[in-house]
Design a protein around this ligand. Structure first.
Ligand SMILES: Cc1ncc(COP(=O)(O)O)c(C=O)c1O
Length: 483
């Protein structure tokens, strides 16, 4: 064990990251050369025929042919057959380095043996669900409390989306205030009230098709890192039912794609205290990936409520939960110890024995192996290598990381916002398409990323894996259109 407890070895130089990102979106895009892109697309036709057939057929039965928003679907989705550690294999037998890691949860690497064995044992003795209490529910809640003392009580749910819904409901029930404030661009799941200012800051209800206006009328957003705007919203809300909660991803929206200055969370904490709002940390990604103490431990800021997802069951299904101050979480109590002012939540499969046993042993294994720190070192190596390649090929791209969360911005799509609506209208689609192309080029070179711009590293990413990935990235960077 090293003495470092957190994945981030050095906090990113935030002004420098923004200078690079701003320079990137001021320039015309630098995608892959057309003839090389054609060769990458040919790869999919040549090497992935079974994936193509399966996912073509899936379009008859599954909307868009894929069930996962994160699934790569350009030029068509790839069907995965086998997962082990740092690698995935598709149904045509092609091997890929897996930097999607299911969107973040599998910090130990895919299909991690010791946790799988515990899940098998549990399945043999009790099956996946009984609807009644199982000791692993207690063990998991106790363990989370040991790592994150601010999580005095924990209510397990089925997903990050549900956890955020529950947290906001508890905050409203507890404070008796109405509004919730989020950061523009941040994703907190797809509940009615949170599909607001999604992905692109300032866009409010742009993605809220099928959601009544009344569902989002008490949700407000502020531009990333703009503490002045947050304060103005808190003042504005005072005469409009008050602010029940401010919810943030503590490394910045979209897993830190727009990183926050180191003291940002502390300042949000102070504003919440000034206005009597609860602070919710959405640790769906950072919970355990940044270290067992989460982002709250790393930044040394105590939220009132914390939401969990993915990682809390080590990537096994039904992953989510909300924890925090006893007096707030008790609002969820039915029966024993109820407060009489219940914030209603439920979930037939919530806290099933399978999820709890997986989460319990995944967390113990993360502790035993120091996985967060080791994955963070892999993230550092990947970022250093990518930065060197970007310089070597004279590209305007930006690589930066928060430990095992690695960003490689090549198109700058995620940096567009409504402050410059003309640029947004003109450039969103071409930049998005470039992101898709980059993702396809990486994949044809043996690397799976999240949307062509983000990578999660894991315990399984040895130096050899990272170096192999860097060779793949270099082969793509050689084929970029010249300035
Ligand atoms: C920060 C954050 N919050 C909430 C969610 C929603 O979690 P789930 O997909 O489990 O509903 C996600 C999912 O990616 C997320 O990244």
């Amino acid at each position: 064990m090293t003495s470092q407890l957190y994945a981030i070895s050095e906090y990113p130089n935030v002004p420098e990251v923004y200078a690079r990102l701003n320079a990137l979106i001021r320039q015309p895009i630098r995608p892959v050369r057309r003839e090389s892109m054609q060769a990458y697309l040919d790869y999919f036709d040549r090497r992935c025929p079974r994936s193509k057939d399966l996912t073509n057929e899936a379009q008859q039965y599954i909307p868009g042919g894929v069930q996962h928003n994160l699934a790569f679907n350009y030029p068509f989705p790839i069907a995965i057959d086998r997962a082990d550690g740092a690698y995935l294999w598709d149904v045509d037998g092609n091997r890929y380095i897996d930097f999607l890691q299911a969107g973040g949860p599998t910090l130990l690497g895919s299909n991690y043996g010791p946790v799988r064995e515990k899940v098998f044992e549990l399945l043999r003795s009790c099956g996946p669900v009984t609807g009644l209490f199982h000791e692993y529910e207690l063990k998991l809640a106790q363990l989370i409390n040991r790592y994150m003392p601010a999580v005095e009580m924990f209510r397990m749910l089925g997903s990050g989306t549900e956890s955020v819904m529950a947290a906001v409901r508890a905050a409203r029930a507890f404070t008796r205030k109405r509004n919730v404030i989020k950061v523009g661009g941040a994703y907190h799941g797809w509940s009615d009230q949170m599909v607001y200012g999604l992905h692109v800051p300032g866009t409010g209800r742009m993605e809220a098709k099928g959601i009544p206006g009344s569902a989002t009328q008490n949700t407000r957003e502020f531009y990333p890192n703009d503490l002045g705007a947050l304060k103005r919203l808190l003042i504005f809300n005072r005469l409009r039912g008050g602010t029940a909660a401010v919810i943030v991803e503590p490394v910045g929206p979209e897993s830190g794609t727009r990183p926050v200055p180191f003291d940002f969370n502390q300042k949000v904490r102070e504003l919440c205290d000034e206005f009597g709002a609860l602070l919710i940390f959405d640790e769906v990604v950072t919970g355990f990936r940044l270290g067992l103490g989460g982002a709250q431990g790393y930044f040394g800021v105590k939220p009132d409520l914390t939401t969990f997802g993915k990682c809390v069951s080590g990537g096994y299904p039904m992953a989510g939960g909300v924890g925090g101050r006893r007096d707030v979480i008790l609002r969820f109590a039915a029966g024993i110890g109820g407060t009489g002012e219940r914030a209603y939540i439920g979930g037939t499969l919530s806290a099933n024995p399978l999820s709890c046993v997986a989460g319990y042993y995944a967390l113990l294994e993360i502790e035993r192996t120091n996985a967060a720190v080791i994955a963070g070192q892999a993230g550092d190596r990947l970022t250093r290598g990518l930065t060197a390649l970007v310089e070597k090929y004279g590209l305007p791209y930006a690589a930066y990381n928060q430990g095992s969360i690695v960003h490689l911005e090549t198109s700058g799509t995620m940096l567009l916002d409504l402050k410059n609506p003309l640029r947004l209208m003109r450039e969103l689609n071409p930049r998005k398409h470039m992101m898709e192309e980059m993702g396809a080029a990486y994949m044809a070179s043996g690397i799976i990323t999240l949307a062509g711009s983000r990578m999660y590293t894991s315990l399984a990413d040895t130096d050899a894996v990272i170096d192999e990935a860097l060779a793949g990235f270099e082969s793509v960077f050689r084929n970029i259109v010249p300035a």
